[in-house]
Design a protein around this ligand. Structure first.
Ligand SMILES: [Fe+2]
Length: 224
């Protein structure tokens, strides 16, 4: 955990009060198994996994978007052939999950999960629909800003990093304790994607760019 990451305990984010550890964490030493693999590779991922709109019998409802970016380390070096997984609510703000029963529709053509490997330049690209905001009972009338959850793997699957990508200009940022748990304003803004007209496809999808930096002063904040 870096100083940029949200703290384990952030009382405004109610469930951290119960789940945050009361004692300092003990990190076991990393051995061969932790550092050398196994690792996910090209054989584990299909091309269609990167298009979340392709897994039903028809098109999902919503604003089709292309989300892309580069994953680099603290020195700006690309993270190659690295597995990125994402999951998100549908365009109505509903997850296919037993825990999400709020009265917004499920979409039979949208599961809300995808994965892709970064290329030689550390670049990734997903096609999906823009997720809606959803209520989450953290505080009175609490709504999460629209977001996409990202998971990344480092050199082995024991090195997993999780974060959330947001959308520019979201009116719900101010009341979201997860977003605001990242105290450093600049670090927080690194979780907000940029509208990217160069990534759009005419008459088909708009585009957003979300670059991810692992470690260093410009690191993308991660959840533990
Ligand atoms: Fe979420």
């Amino acid at each position: 955990m870096t100083t940029l990451d949200p703290p384990y305990l952030h009382p405004e984010y109610r469930s951290t009060v119960l789940r945050s550890p009361g004692k300092a964490l003990v990190m076991p030493p990393a051995g061969m198994t932790e550092l050398t693999g196994p690792k996910f590779g090209a054989g584990d991922v299909r091309d269609t996994d990167a298009d979340l709109t392709m897994h039903g019998n028809g098109e999902p409802i919503g604003e089709r978007i292309i989300v892309h970016g580069r994953v680099t380390d603290s020195q700006g070096r690309p993270l190659r052939a690295s597995l990125i997984e994402l999951w998100q609510a549908n365009s109505a703000g509903r997850y296919i999950h037993q825990g999400d029963q709020h009265p917004a529709p499920l979409d039979p053509n949208f599961v809300g999960a995808g994965r892709v490997l970064t290329d030689d330049d550390g670049h990734y690209r997903f096609v999906t629909v823009k997720p809606g905001p959803y209520p989450w009972r953290n505080h009175d009338n609490a709504w999460r800003p629209a977001h996409i959850h990202f998971s990344l793997f480092g050199r082995a699957f024991t090195q997993r990093l999780v974060t959330q990508m947001y959308f520019p200009g979201d009116p719900l940022f101010y009341q979201d304790p997860i977003f605001n748990a990242i105290r450093d304003e600049k670090a927080r803004q690194r979780l907000v994607s940029a509208y990217d007209h160069s990534a759009t496809r005419a008459e088909w999808a708009t585009g957003y760019r979300f670059d991810i930096v692992l470690g260093g002063a410009d690191a993308t904040p991660m959840e533990d």
